[in-house]
Design a binder for this molecule. Structure first.
Ligand SMILES: [Zn+2]
Length: 251
C-alpha cells in the first residue's frame, strides 16, 4: 500500500505539472499542448530538467535559469498539492478500488477548478463536462452497483442548488450549480456533508472579510464559492462516508 501511495505521489506531481498549464491556459482558451512552456520573461523554452515538479523550482530558487524572472510559488504548490492528495486518497480509500479511482479523478478536477475560479470567478464548462462523464464511466467499470447512488446524488445536489440560484441569482452562479452536480457524481451521498462543510467555510471567511472591511465594503468583495466547495469535497473524500454513517446511525 505504501508503495502504491508513493507511486500515486509521483503521478500526482507529474499531473500537477500539467494542471498548472490547464490553470494558466484554459481560461485564455489557449491550446493545452502547444506551444511548450516558455518563460514569460525571456521566452526561453523550459528545459525538461528545469520542469521536474517541485524540485526544479527549489533548485532554481523560484527564478528562471536564463533571465532570473521570478517563477510563481503557485507552480510548486499546485504540484505538491496534487501529489499529496493523490497519495492521501490511496491511503484513505485503499480497501475500495472504485473509491480510489473516483477520488483521484475528483482531485484532478478540483485542483484546477479552485485556481481558475479564484483567478476568473468562473468554472469553465469545458473543465466540468469531461469529469461529469468520467464519474459514471469509472463506476460502470469498477462497481456498477454504485451507479444509481452517484446519479441520484448528482441530480439531487444539482436540483437543490439550481433552486437556490434561481431564488437568488446574485448569490450563486450557474458554475456552482453545475459543480455540486458533478461533486454528487463522485461523492454519492457524501456530497451532503461536502456541501455543508463548504457552506460553513464560505460563511466563516465571508464573516472575516466583513469584519475586516466593514459590512458595506465587505459585501462588495466577490468571494468565489468553488474553492470552498472543493475544500468540503476533499473533507468528504476522507471522512464523508463516516459522517453519513454516524448521522444515519444516530437518527
Ligand atoms: Zn526567463
Amino acid at each position: 500500500m505504501i508503495a502504491v501511495a508513493l507511486l500515486a505521489l509521483v503521478l500526482g506531481l507529474a499531473v500537477g505539472s500539467f494542471l498548472n498549464v490547464v490553470i494558466h491556459r484554459l481560461p485564455r482558451k489557449e491550446s493545452l499542448v502547444h506551444p511548450p512552456s516558455r518563460c514569460p520573461g525571456c521566452e526561453q523554452p523550459v528545459r525538461p530538467y528545469d520542469n521536474v515538479p517541485v524540485l526544479s523550482w527549489l533548485v532554481l530558487r523560484g527564478r528562471c535559469r536564463h533571465c532570473a524572472e521570478p517563477i510563481s510559488r503557485r507552480y510548486p504548490l499546485v504540484e505538491a498539492l496534487t501529489g499529496l492528495l493523490y497519495a492521501a486518497v490511496v491511503l484513505a480509500r485503499w480497501d475500495e478500488p472504485v473509491d480510489v479511482a473516483l477520488g483521484i479523478a475528483l482531485v484532478t478536477l478540483l485542483v484546477p477548478m479552485t485556481f481558475i475560479d479564484l483567478d476568473t470567478r468562473t468554472i469553465p464548462n469545458v473543465l466540468l463536462a469531461p469529469f461529469a462523464v468520467l464519474a459514471p464511466v469509472i463506476a460502470l467499470a469498477l462497481d456498477p452497483d454504485l451507479l444509481p447512488e452517484l446519479l441520484l446524488s448528482g441530480a439531487g445536489a444539482f436540483a437543490a442548488f439550481l433552486l437556490v440560484a434561481l431564488a437568488s441569482p446574485k448569490g450563486m452562479g450557474m458554475g456552482d450549480v453545475k459543480l455540486v452536480g458533478v461533486l454528487g457524481l463522485y461523492l454519492g451521498r457524501a456530497v451532503a456533508p461536502a456541501i455543508f462543510a463548504g457552506l460553513i467555510a464560505g460563511v466563516l471567511v465571508g464573516a472575516v472579510i466583513m469584519g475586516r472591511l466593514g459590512a458595506q465594503a465587505g459585501r462588495k468583495v466577490a468571494v468565489p464559492f468553488g474553492p470552498f466547495l472543493a475544500l468540503g469535497a476533499v473533507l468528504a473524500l476522507f471522512v464523508g462516508e463516516d459522517l453519513v454513517d454516524s448521522y444515519v446511525d444516530t437518527f
